[in-house]
Design a binder for this molecule. Structure first.
Ligand code: GLN
Length: 517
C-alpha cells in the first residue's frame, strides 16, 4: 500500500501537476486501500475500479499532451449515493432503487468529470438521507474508522468514513439537516454545507427540496475549498440555483492560512447551542470552551449571541422535512423507477402494485416520515403543523440576522456528542433526531455551515467537531476563518488530526503498511 492515500487533495494535486506521480498511481493506491479497508468500514456501496483506472489514464494522457487542467485534475473522489451518476447505480441507500442506473449525471457530478476528477464509486448513506448514523441504509451500516463498533454519523456516513479511512481524499455529501457536518464531526473530517442555492441540486435525489444542499467532504479546509470551487455556480437546471459568481474558495482558504488571520474577527458564540444544554457530552463542551479561549487568545473578539428560536429548530425541521419528503418520495410509484412488487394475492391493480412496492421498498424510517409528512400536510392540520413550522423558520432566519449584526461568524459544537455505538440510537427516533441540534438551524435559514475537527474528547479519545456559520452567500468567509481556526487548533493540539489517527491503524487493515501511524 502506498502512502499516496495519506496525502490530501491539494498535496496530491501539486504532485500530479509536477508530474511526480500519475493519476493512475494515485487512483490505484486508493482502490487498494478500499480493497483492504472497506470490508470492515463499508463506506462504499459501489466501487468503479476499472472505470476509475481508465479515467485516470485518460487524464494522465491529457496532461502529458500539454493540456492545461484544473487544480484537482487526476484526484480521486467518492460520491454519495444520493447523486445521480449515469455510469454507476444510484440508490440513495434504498431498496426501492437497488441497481437503478440513472440516464444522466447530477450537475455536480458532471462538473467533477469536466474538472477531471476521478470518481472511485458511490458511498453508503441512510435511506434517502434520513438519519444520523448510516444505520438506516438498506444495504447495512457503515462503521466509524476510529472505532468499528461505532457509527460514523449520517446520513453521509459513507462519504465521511471513506475520507477518514484514507479510502478517498475527497467526497461529495448532501446536507439537509446536518448530513455533511455531523458525520464530519464524528469522523474527524471537514464537511461544508454551502449557502442554499450555491451548489446545484439537479440530479441530487431529493429529500426536502427547500433544505437540501450538496457540499464537500475532505481532511482539510483547503481541500474542501478546492472541491467547492469545482461544484459551485449557477445551474439553469435547478430553479433555486442563485446566479452569483462566486469568489475562489481556495483563495479564501489561503488567506486564512496567513499569520494574524483571526485578528479583529468578531466570533459569536451562540448561547442556545454552545454545549450547555441537555444532550451535550462533557468532553464536547470542554473542547468547545477551550477552542473559544484559544480563538480569543489569537486575537479574535468573542461575543455571546442569543438565538432564542433555535430551541424550536428540531421540532420545526421534523415537520417541514417530512412534509417535503412525503411529496418528493411520491415519485417512487413502481411505474417509473426501480423496484416493482406485485401484491401477494388478489387483483393486480396500479394502486395495489404501488402499495406492495412501497411496502417492500421503503424502510421503517422512510415510512415513518412519509406518514408524518402526509399527516402534517392534510387539510385539517396544515395550518397547525406545517404553517406553524414555517413561522418558526422565519423566526430562526431573524435570529440569524440579529446574530450576524453582532459577529462575522457564529460558532458552536458541530454535534452534541462524539461517535455513538452501532445500535445505540437506531430504535429511538427522537434520540437520533437530536444529533442535528446544532446543524439544523443553518439549513432552515439557508446559511452556510462548516464542520472541522477540534481535537479529541478526553473521555473517549474520539474526534470532536466545531461548527462555523456565516451569512448567506459568505461561504468564502467560512473558508478563510476555517483555515485560520484549523491552523490554530493544529498548532495547539500538535497534530493534523487524521495523520495521527484512526484506530484502524491498530488493526490488520494497516498491518505491514509503510507509513502506518
Ligand atoms: N439527520 C437528519 C435527518 O435525519 C439530517 C439528514 C440530512 O441532512 N440529509 O433528517
Amino acid at each position: 500500500m502506498s502512502d499516496l492515500t495519506r496525502l490530501g487533495a491539494a498535496e496530491l494535486a501539486d504532485r500530479l501537476a509536477a508530474s511526480e506521480i500519475s493519476s493512475e498511481e494515485a487512483t490505484r493506491a486508493h482502490l487498494e486501500r478500499i480493497a483492504a479497508a472497506d470490508r470492515d468500514v463499508h463506506a462504499f456501496l459501489h466501487v468503479a475500479s476499472e472505470r476509475a483506472i481508465e479515467t485516470a489514464r485518460a487524464v494522465d494522457a491529457l496532461r502529458s499532451s500539454g493540456e492545461s487542467l484544473g487544480p484537482l485534475a487526476g484526484v480521486p473522489i467518492a460520491i454519495k449515493d444520493v447523486l445521480c451518476t449515469h455510469d454507476m447505480p444510484s440508490t440513495s441507500g434504498s431498496r426501492i432503487l437497488e441497481g437503478w442506473v440513472p440516464p444522466y449525471d447530477a450537475t455536480v457530478v458532471r462538473r467533477l468529470r469536466e474538472a477531471h476528477l476521478i470518481p472511485l464509486g458511490k458511498t453508503n448513506m441512510d435511506e434517502f438521507a434520513m438519519g444520523s448514523s448510516t444505520e438506516h441504509s438498506a444495504f447495512g451500516p457503515t462503521r466509524n474508522p476510529w472505532d468499528l463498533e461505532r457509527t460514523p454519523g449520517g446520513s453521509g456516513g459513507g462519504s465521511a468514513a471513506a475520507v477518514a479511512a484514507f479510502e478517498a481524499p475527497l467526497a461529495l455529501g448532501s446536507d439537509t439537516g446536518g448530513s455533511i457536518r455531523q458525520p464530519a464531526a464524528l469522523t474527524g473530517t471537514v464537511g461544508v454545507k454551502p449557502t442554499y442555492g450555491g451548489v446545484s441540486r439537479y440530479g441530487a435525489i431529493a429529500l426536502a427540496s427547500s433544505l437540501d444542499q450538496v457540499g464537500p467532504v475532505s481532511r482539510s479546509i483547503l481541500d474542501a475549498a478546492l472541491l467547492h470551487d469545482v461544484i459551485a455556480g449557477h445551474d439553469p437546471l435547478d430553479s433555486t440555483s442563485i446566479p452569483d459568481v462566486w469568489p475562489s474558495m481556495a483563495d479564501a482558504a489561503r488567506v486564512g492560512q496567513r499569520d494574524d488571520a483571526l485578528r479583529g474577527l468578531r466570533i459569536g458564540v451562540v448561547k442556545e447551542i454552545a454545549g450547555g444544554g441537555d444532550g451535550f457530552q462533557p468532553g464536547v463542551r470542554q473542547r468547545f470552551d477551550e477552542t473559544v479561549q484559544l480563538l480569543g487568545a489569537a486575537g479574535a473578539e468573542i461575543v455571546e449571541v442569543s438565538a432564542p428560536s433555535f430551541e424550536y429548530a428540531v421540532a420545526a425541521y421534523y415537520l417541514i422535512l417530512p412534509a417535503e419528503a412525503s411529496s418528493n418520495l411520491a415519485r417512487f410509484d413502481s411505474v417509473r423507477f426501480g423496484l416493482r412488487v406485485p401484491p401477494e394475492s388478489g387483483p393486480v391493480t396500479v394502486e395495489r402494485v404501488m402499495a406492495a412496492t412501497r411496502d417492500a421498498g421503503f424502510g421503517a424510517e422512510v415510512k415513518r416520515r412519509i406518514i408524518l409528512g402526509t399527516y402534517a400536510l392534510s387539510a385539517g392540520y396544515y395550518d397547525a403543523y406545517y404553517g406553524s413550522a414555517q413561522k418558526v423558520r422565519t423566526l430562526i432566519q431573524r435570529d440569524f440576522q440579529a446574530a450576524f449584526s453582532q459577529a462575522h461568524v457564529l460558532i458552536s459544537p458541530a454535534a452534541p456528542t462524539t461517535a455513538f455505538g452501532l445500535g445505540e440510537k437506531v430504535d429511538d427516533p427522537l434520540a437520533m433526531y437530536l444529533n442535528d441540534l446544532t446543524t439544523i438551524p443553518a439549513n432552515l435559514a439557508g446559511v452556510p455551515g462548516l464542520a472541522l475537527p477540534m481535537g479529541l474528547a478526553p473521555e473517549d479519545g474520539l474526534p470532536v467537531g466545531l461548527q462555523l456559520m456565516a451569512p448567506a452567500r459568505e461561504d468564502a468567509r467560512l473558508y478563510t476563518v476555517g483555515a485560520a481556526v484549523e491552523r490554530l487548533l493544529e498548532g495547539e493540539w500538535g497534530h493534523r488530526l487524521l495523520s495521527r489517527a484512526p484506530r484502524l491503524a491498530q488493526t490488520e487493515m494497516f498491518a505491514n503498511e509503510e507509513g502506518a501511524v
